[in-house]
Design a protein around this ligand. Structure first.
Ligand code: NAD
Length: 270
């Protein structure tokens, strides 16, 4: 089978670079094009050289339509408005769209799901690592088994991250909410400041730390009256997200148009 032709969005970003490296190093996929926003410092640079490999003959462009012409899949870890726009283009072209962007609003998510109904094969996940997706099942199970325990989710990321709580923290919160049979938005405690009063029973709390170069650390703490369980995940490098995104692209190419999660890719839902 010929290699899957992959376009990379946000090629100059931290994840864009990791995604290009993963595509260039993975059998079965070929780096077809790469783009970033108008004015980004990487425009015109060679994708291979940018990630420390030999020349790839793929120059980074600033025009999405030019990058998508002829591509079969796009890996997109950029910004919510951009991911919504790309989802629409992917639907028109029947393409695979791998969305790693976090911080999407409910409206953004609905627009992306609409594109999946209109012909795109979309895999969207707040975290593409195997470990975190495994953790989701463990958290759901623990929250169900320990109904009286307080659930708190703590995350830390580098000082350039623009959204909080992280997409992964929200996925972990959703998993705990599933275990409790509740809707997360009705029970989440996102901010605590000043005289907050006692903790409200049954809520799922979030706390976000930002600093240095931390790639991503998440702890789910279940605190009972006389014991505490902590389930923790630490990402050591960005390659694990990129490898998951490439795996998702290869998987999605074999699926019908629709909206999928990383749990679908990993076979956790079958
Ligand atoms: P970054 O700021 O380093 O990179 C973002 C890139 O997107 C930049 O190069 C920027 O110029 C580009 N961009 C923004 N708007 C664009 C547009 N309209 N057209 C083309 N390019 C555009 O950020 P990052 O650390 O690489 O993270 C990117 C996103 O991925 C964030 O939302 C982050 O939370 C998310 N992320 C997800 C996972 C996951 O597994 N799902 C893992 C890590 C990061």
């Amino acid at each position: 089978m010929p290699d899957l032709k992959v376009a990379i969005a946000g090629a100059g970003g931290q994840m864009g670079r990791a995604n290009m490296l993963a595509v260039l190093q993975t059998p079965g996929v070929a780096l077809y094009s790469a783009f970033d926003r108008i004015g980004a410092p990487v425009i015109g640079k060679d994708a291979g050289e940018l990630v420390g490999l030999e020349t790839s003959d793929v120059l980074i462009v600033d025009h999405v339509e030019a990058a998508l012409a002829g591509a079969q899949a796009i890996i997109d870890f950029t910004a919510p408005a951009n991911s919504v726009a790309i989802a629409r283009l992917a639907a028109e072209r029947g393409m695979v769209h791998i969305v790693g962007t976090t911080g999407c609003t409910v409206e953004d998510d609905e627009a992306i799901r609409k594109a999946a109904r209109a012909g795109a094969r979309i895999v969207k996940a707040g975290n593409f690592s195997l470990g975190v997706n495994l953790l989701l099942g463990l958290v759901e199970q623990a929250a169900r088994a320990l109904p009286g325990f307080d659930v708190e989710i703590l995350e830390m990321h580098h000082n350039r991250k623009v959204d909080a709580p992280s997409g992964t923290a929200l996925m972990l919160g959703e998993a705990a909410a599933r275990g409790r049979n509740i809707t997360l938005s009705d029970y989440s405690a996102r901010v605590r400041d000043g005289h907050t009063g006692a903790r409200q029973e049954g809520t799922i709390g979030f706390a976000s730390l930002r600093g240095g170069n931390v790639i991503g650390e998440h702890s789910v703490i279940l605190a009972g009256p006389s014991e505490r369980i902590e389930i923790r995940h630490i990402a050591d490098n960005r390659a694990l997200f990129a490898e998951g995104a490439v795996r998702a692209a290869l998987w999605a190419q074999q699926q019908k148009p629709g909206f999928y999660s990383m749990a679908d890719v990993l076979g956790f839902n079958s």
